[in-house]
Design a protein around this ligand. Structure first.
Ligand code: NI
Length: 180
């Protein structure tokens, strides 16, 4: 087990499409996933994609629902995942990213999606989800295609420093926040 170094915006590994994993149940993939889980717990974060730890493979882990929810949180690990929107509806919410430290941005995402991926035991997970769960999947799977959340933003005046975000929360009340 190891806490891995997180790549920051500007590193080429974050800007290229990641490669498919040939054998999702291979011991080195299991080790990578264990290290990624240890890394997001340490950060702390809500999710992490392998390119963020300098490994250009299609692996992502995330926790859902968001921190502070009354429901028990589930850790989802996906190898070679895919997703598609269900309908065209989008919503806006604040996101952060461990690879873009100190900033927050208001990002449009599809409200409902279907996703699937291979679990570490080799079985397939397929789901239809909405809201925050749909958002975290889109954010993490974007990492596998070399896309960071600012590239999804439609108005860069809403790309702000975390300290200013906290002022906005103090002024406007809690808003949904995604820290990955
Ligand atoms: Ni991220």
């Amino acid at each position: 087990m190891a806490i891995l170094k997180i790549a920051r915006m500007g590193h080429p590994v974050l800007a290229r499409p990641a490669d498919p994993v040939a054998d999702p149940t291979a011991p080195e993939i299991r080790q990578l996933i264990a290290d990624m889980v240890e890394t997001i717990v340490d950060a702390p974060g809500q999710g992490l994609a392998a390119p963020q730890v300098h490994v250009p493979l299609r692996v992502a882990v995330f926790l859902t629902p968001p921190e502070g929810s009354e429901q028990k949180r589930e850790l989802v690990t996906l190898v070679n995942p895919r997703w598609r929107p269900l309908g065209g509806e989008q919503d806006l919410a604040w996101e952060g990213c461990l690879s873009v430290p100190g900033l927050r941005g208001l990002v449009p995402r599809y409200t409902r999606i279907a996703y699937e991926g291979i679990l570490p035991d080799g079985s397939t997970l397929a789901r239809e989800v909405e809201g925050w769960h749909a958002r975290v999947v889109q954010h993490e799977l974007d990492h596998l295609d070399g896309i960071l959340y600012p590239q999804r933003m439609t108005d860069l005046k809403d790309l702000i420093f975390e300290s200013e975000f906290k002022h906005r929360v103090a002024a406007n009340g809690p808003q949904r926040e995604l820290e990955e």
